[in-house]
Design a protein around this ligand. Structure first.
Ligand SMILES: [Zn+2]
Length: 104
């Protein structure tokens, strides 16, 4: 199954095409992958199409940015999402090439 979850988090930069500073949406593969939407501070749900292992102290996964919800620009950017004890933290950041090698 190719299902994933979605994280809706504050942007690290405005959309370069339309200046949108609203939240961005990232696709990621962790938890019960069922097109659920998570925000910072929310705990992963498990018990279905599970990706990864529940209850780990620290988990990093790649987040794939969805197109801008205002103008549709697809920046094709990757981020690292950070979970502590299954909770999405505010520690997400731009993925470096070595992150992609390590996590993808
Ligand atoms: Zn835009």
């Amino acid at each position: 199954m190719g299902l994933y979850n979605l994280a809706v988090v504050p942007r690290l930069h405005p959309c370069p095409q339309c200046g949108n500073e609203g939240p961005m949406t990232l696709q990621f593969h962790f938890g019960n992958a069922d097109l659920d939407t998570y925000r910072i501070g929310e705990r992963m749900r498990w018990g279905g199409n599970d990706k990864g292992t529940p209850g780990k102290e620290l988990v990093e996964v790649i987040g794939y940015q969805e197109p801008c919800d205002r103008c549709g620009l697809d920046e094709d950017k990757e981020y690292v999402l950070v979970f502590e004890h299954d909770v999405l933290t505010g520690g997400y950041r731009y993925a470096l090439p070595e992150d992609i090698v390590r996590l993808e």
